[in-house]
Design a protein around this ligand. Structure first.
Ligand code: ATP
Ligand code: MG
Length: 486
């Protein structure tokens, strides 16, 4: 395939590509900026096929650096800037990255990194601005099987793994999404999610592949989000449950403009009360299921189905397939089992993890470690991670469902549920809660009795100050387990 950004700049040179802090850059200007950046990187010795780590914040320069690496065919190991220096060092070592590109803002972390990795050349974007341009040797053609990016999983279940994402993975992810959502001439995607996650990076890829305008924010800010949805006539936005809740709270009686057509909701389970609030407010929510390994969403539910299939993640995108496996056979309709997926957007494997690759990939099918079921109409319902499942008296309990109910209580700010060993039942669910208003254990129990079957009601409640979450804001249930074992 021809080089994406070069081709895009040739096809629609004057179309708007990225809007950042009121500044607009066209595809020609974006190509020019990425070309110059590629020249600066070349003069620093960065070369085709090398693994180069990047630690950046969301801004225009980051998009330019990421695209410059693609122009050179450099494999970008994209680091999560919320990680600690130790976590970053671990990933830089694990991926054998030969350079680190970063910026002044992360000075403290960078100094810790260079203490541990004194031989790793670190180039900050501020310094690159002054660097002369050399060459550069731009890749005219890209191989779809070539490695484009490495992104580490969030590390919710253990040590993160470096997911290999090829150009083909990103291509098919963007194509699969367009075949599902359609591509409108006036489409504009708001990116407030990090570019270091597949959620953000995939928006950048869609901009280049579709020729679509994106609005880039440094971080999620509810006020700026609503301003830009109106001002820039945003039509699509990627959200997670917490940001969608903030938007709903902020909107109060107001509505989103009619031109806004899609809230793509992913990253984790969506609670039913949240989805019901969106239905009431006519917010077009597309629930999605995906992971770093599937280069963004792989299963999506359209609003037209969301009333009758509330809570479902939908059906696999056109290029992808899905099945549910239970005891080595394909599960029946409505029978829970492990979610197994296949498709050209699915990673070929984890970097330097032969053992995991043999275990998790069989005949091109990726075993996700998530539990779900497919109903009689082929709609996927994600229940939880296999490792978080609680089995109580032979009944399966999914913490995510209980957490959804608990956080819908007006006095509860946050909730985490785990299983505790129990002589009679094997395991029983217990809840950790963060209050936002005074509330007693009995109030919570009474509330749960109305909404949950008896065996799912937490048998003990612990009030704590904060639910431990990782850099992706996912609940670290292993930390909660430590709290009851202490
Ligand atoms: P690790 O693999 O290191 O434990 P992680 O799985 O949290 O980390 P990500 O790739 O960021 O890393 O997250 C993908 C996971 O998020 C999915 O495997 C699934 O568990 C969860 N998830 C994503 N979408 C949904 C959804 N719609 N409903 C429920 N869970 C979801
Ligand atoms: Mg995972």
């Amino acid at each position: 395939m021809p080089n994406w950004l070069k081709k895009r700049a040739l096809l629609t040179p004057n179309r708007q590509a990225i809007i950042y802090k009121g500044e607009t850059i066209t595809f020609t200007q974006l190509y020019q900026a990425a070309y110059e950046m590629a020249g600066k990187l070349t003069s620093k010795g960065v070369k085709n096929k090398q693994f180069t780590a990047v630690l950046l914040q969301n801004h225009l320069d980051s998009a330019v650096i990421l695209l410059a690496l693609q122009l050179l065919g450099v494999r970008a190991v994209i680091l999560n800037n919320r990680l600690t220096a130790d976590e970053l060092i671990w990933q830089i070592r694990d991926s054998n990255s030969v350079f680190l590109l970063s910026e002044e803002r992360f000075l403290e972390k960078l100094s810790n990194i260079s203490d541990s990795l004194p031989d790793l050349p670190i180039f900050k974007k501020e310094e690159l601005a002054e660097t002369p341009i050399e060459g550069p040797l731009i890749i005219d053609e890209i191989e779809l099987d070539d490695i484009c990016t490495i992104m580490y999983t969030s590390g919710t279940t253990g040590y993160p793994k470096g997911v290999i994402q090829t150009y083909g993975n990103h291509w098919w992810s963007a194509t699969g999404s367009a075949l599902n959502l359609g591509l409108h001439e006036n489409d504009c995607w708001l990116c407030t999610v990090p570019l270091f996650h597949i959620s953000g990076y995939s928006i950048l890829m869609k901009s280049i592949i579709y020729g679509m305008k994106i609005v880039l924010h440094e971080r999620f800010d509810v006020n700026e989000t609503l301003n830009d949805i109106r001002k820039e006539q945003v039509t699509i936005m990627s959200v997670v449950s917490t940001t969608l809740t903030m938007i709903l709270d902020y909107l109060q009686e107001e509505r989103l403009p009619k031109s806004f057509r899609c809230m793509l909701l992913g990253g984790g389970p969506a609670s039913l009360p949240l989805l019901e609030r969106c239905v009431k407010k006519d917010i077009p929510v597309f629930q999605t299921y995906g992971m770093t390994e599937t280069s963004s969403q792989i299963v999506t539910l359209s609003p037209e189905d969301s009333f009758r299939k509330l809570g479902s993640a939908g059906k696999p995108l056109f290029p992808s397939q899905l099945k549910i496996m239970q005891d080595g056979r394909e599960a029946m309709a409505n029978e829970p089992g492990e979610i197994v997926v296949k498709g050209p957007n699915v990673t070929p494997g984890y970097l330097n993890r032969e053992k995991d690759n043999r275990k998790d990939f069989q005949d091109g099918w990726l075993h996700t470690g998530d539990i779900g079921y497919v109903d009689e109409d082929d709609f996927l319902f994600v229940l939880d991670r296999r490792s978080d499942l609680i089995i109580s008296g032979g009944e399966n309990i999914y913490p995510a469902e209980i957490e959804g109910v608990l956080t819908s209580h007006s006095a509860i700010k946050d909730a985490g549920v785990i299983g505790r060993q129990d002589d009679k039942w094997g395991e029983i669910p217990v809840a950790f809660l963060v209050k936002k208003a005074p509330v007693s254990e009995t109030d919570i129990m009474d509330f749960c009795k109305e909404k949950l079957a008896k065996y799912k009601i937490p048998k003990k409640i612990y009030f704590i100050d904060e639910i431990p979450r990782n850099a992706s804001k996912k609940i670290l249930r292993r930390e909660l387990r430590k709290l009851i074992n202490e």
